[in-house]
Design a protein around this ligand. Structure first.
Ligand SMILES: [Zn+2]
Ligand SMILES: [Zn+2]
Length: 161
């Protein structure tokens, strides 16, 4: 248990597991040569046994969190059901924690879509600028470089003679 606490960093809300994480982002720890999920370990030691076949749902959605107050024991079906509302945006991007912009009114926006929209807007603006520069060039006669250079080179040539 001491080894467990040595790897926990308590914040005001989440207790962050600073030890190893598995592929899914859950904390893992070894105790008596058995590998445990850190959050399950924490729940069992701080609250009580997790009944067979039941899963832990992270209410804070932070998988590295081992604060038992942020966990609820649920069935696999319930856990999946809760995950579904997360769903995807109209363009099929997953509303993962990283990809979701949560707004104060409870609605959410897809970060990938926002990024795409911004990129498109930038491209449009750039295109518009190019268009106006091109239009400008067409209207205002530009100095002909070749002529200018030849004129400047003239006295040089005379001096050489
Ligand atoms: Zn938490
Ligand atoms: Zn999207």
């Amino acid at each position: 248990m001491n080894r467990f606490w040595a790897k926990v960093e308590k914040t005001d809300t989440c207790w962050i597991w600073t030890g190893a994480l598995n592929n899914c982002g859950y904390g893992v720890l070894r105790s008596d040569s058995v590998m445990y999920c850190a959050h399950r370990f924490s729940y069992e030691r701080n609250v009580g046994e997790i009944p067979d076949g039941l899963e832990i749902d992270h209410l804070c959605r932070n998988r590295a969190c081992v604060n038992p107050e942020h966990m609820e024991v649920v069935t696999h079906a319930e856990n999946m059901r809760r995950r579904v509302p997360a769903g995807t945006c109209v363009n099929g991007h997953d509303y993962t924690l990283e990809n979701t912009i949560q707004r104060r009114d409870g609605s959410r926006r897809c970060r990938a879509c926002e990024r795409a929209k911004k990129a498109e807007y930038r491209a449009l603006k750039l295109a518009a600028r190019f268009e106006s520069v091109a239009a400008c060039r067409r209207m205002v006669p530009q100095p002909r470089r070749a002529t200018v250079r030849k004129a400047a080179a003239m006295p040089e040539a005379h001096r050489a003679d």
